[in-house]
Design a protein around this ligand. Sequence first.
Ligand code: NAI
Ligand code: A1CAB
Length: 289
Amino acid sequence: MKNSLTIAFIGGGNMAGAMLGGLLGNLCQPQDILVVDPGEATRAAWDARGVVTAAVACEALSQCKVWIYAVKPQVMQQAIEATRPFLQDDTLVISIAAGLPTTLLSGWLDQAAPTRTTRLIRCMPNTPALIRQGITGLYATPGVPAADRQRAQDILSSVGEAVWVDQETQLDAVTALSGSGPAYVFLFIESLIAGGISLGLDQEQAQRLALATLKGASLLAAGSDQSPARLRENVTSPGGTTAAALNRFAQGDFAGLVQAAMQAANDRAAQMAQESAAAAQPAQDSGKK
Ligand SMILES: NC(=O)C1=CN([C@@H]2O[C@H](COP(=O)(O)OP(=O)(O)OC[C@H]3O[C@@H](n4cnc5c(N)ncnc54)[C@H](O)[C@@H]3O)[C@@H](O)[C@H]2O)C=CC1
Ligand SMILES: O=C(O)[C@@H]1CCC=N1
């Protein structure tokens, strides 16, 4: 691994896979990427793309300038403790885990080396990263050098847009909006398809109509100087079909339901942080340092 940007993914599942497409041939070559994942099938999929893999933490980690922790929050402490013996003073660490605050992550990262302050950036990407249409919220802990902030931005920008937040709590809001958001959109697509079928369309027709409508409306809103509310009004003829449907949405408090769902996601992120702190094991000195 001699390229200038060497990246290790600790956890090579869905999100790491989604990010890979943007990185390869853009910021890195396959041989510049190391994936540490205990899953044999997962590693085989990465091996097939020419990426270097390991089942457990290994010396090759110490050569990687950027580490991206992409494991489930519940196994984060274990993953950090296994890998941190290979952490260098100038390693840039990025966590994509929902909920886990940087105070908890820093505590685990620096436990075996109290004089070290790991350069830590927490971020929240989303799965459209797979087709380089993602959006990621980023938060840098104090003291992360500007060059490392830029490096993180370059990595996440390779799979879509990047938005910095000043306060870490805003990342839970980002999670509730764009991190989990693709699932809300897929649910809406599923519902449109089911509705179309119930009104007499076949599956293929309903799916094509639903997908093209979502895509067209999104592109229209993104490229328009009119607000989404104004664009909605443009579709809604007085006394017409859209008004009939929107009235029905309002009766069910659609906006309130979306708000409540996002609040639940936001609250769950905070709760996951508490659960991880409560479940944290006493310090394991795995330290090389
Ligand atoms: N899926 C999504 O839409 C998003 C997920 N995230 C966050 O990304 C993280 C990963 O999520 P997914 O990729 O969906 O999960 P996933 O389950 O697909 O991938 C996690 C991977 O970690 C591996 N793993 C388990 N223990 C490990 C260890 N000790 N060391 C190294 N690897 C280990 C598993 O074998 C698995 O391949 C989570 O923390 C999640 O909150 C963030 C944004 C969006
Ligand atoms: O559901 C989750 O917890 C993760 C975070 C955002 C999307 N998936």
